[in-house]
Design a protein around this ligand. Sequence first.
Ligand SMILES: Cc1cc2nc3c(=O)[nH]c(=O)nc-3n(C[C@H](O)[C@H](O)[C@H](O)COP(=O)(O)O)c2cc1C
Length: 305
Amino acid sequence: MVKPDLKVRIGALELKNPVTMASGTFGSSGEEYKGLIDLSSLGAIVTKSITLKAREGNPPPRLVETPSGMLNSIGIQNDGVDSFIKDKLPSLGKLRTAVIVSIAGHCIEDYAALAAKLDKVKRVDALEINISCPNVKGGLEFSREPGSASEVVAAVRRSTGKPIITKLSPNVKDISEIALAAQEAGTDAVSLVNTFTGMAIDIDSRMPVLGNVVGGLSGPAIKPIALRMVWETSRKVRIPVIGIGGIMDHKDALEFIIAGASAVQVGTATFVNPAAAMEIIGGIEKYMRGKKIKNIKEMTGCLKA
Ligand SMILES: Cc1cc2nc3c(=O)[nH]c(=O)nc-3n(C[C@H](O)[C@H](O)[C@H](O)COP(=O)(O)O)c2cc1C
């Protein structure tokens, strides 16, 4: 059988396969993994969220393991957009994989300014608008209501001609409503989910384990909920949905694709196994060969329900 076609489309952007690295879980730009895995085999790398100015992030401890997952409260630590363009992008840009730059801000003007700046940078293939970080003050503000989500997306849309993906928070009443608002405001795709707000307590000191008190839960613990949200959302919107949440192996990834995702992002799995995403690509290909499926697009949303 000929090699299955794994190419997928996110707006005007074509990815060689649907497996991409989730923001913030792959170093700042993936460079740390260079010697460990073949970065060019990935569908795309979504970089750690960047802001206009550098951010120190939250006080430590910022990570804690939980049953079937982890809590993090990093707080978008980054060196700012100018340093990213100067120091990180040149080597990232040499890879034969799509570079999706995640942006975060405190106000609509921040998002618009970041988009306008990155619009001029050739090697940036697409932007992911992070309106869903639970770890910074006001980080969830724009993803809680359809109206405010729509305003951010519209401002970014006016500032760039590059494809945009809007990353949604699961900490809302109805995530599909926010996805619809983002679609109407001009996003090319939505990615879901970011982490679920959670906390952990040290019973001896009676102190919160995380320096920020609360953090975001990720990993296998969130997969069934994320999967349900992807299924519900993909039935409502006409744009591609990118599935995220506890994807540890190719079976998890295929569940998201069958539920309606055009592509997936791998996050926490990389902390356990740096080669997780590559193994997922191989696993999907093997599954398709076994089932004689020629094109991955046939799989998106093929749930029999
Ligand atoms: C340590 C850590 C840092 C993260 N940083 C970001 C970030 O900067 N921007 C963002 O959009 N999501 C961030 N996330 C969320 C992930 O991209 C992903 O949405 C989430 O972890 C769920 O996927 P997973 O269960 O596969 O990890 C972070 C997650 C972790 C665990």
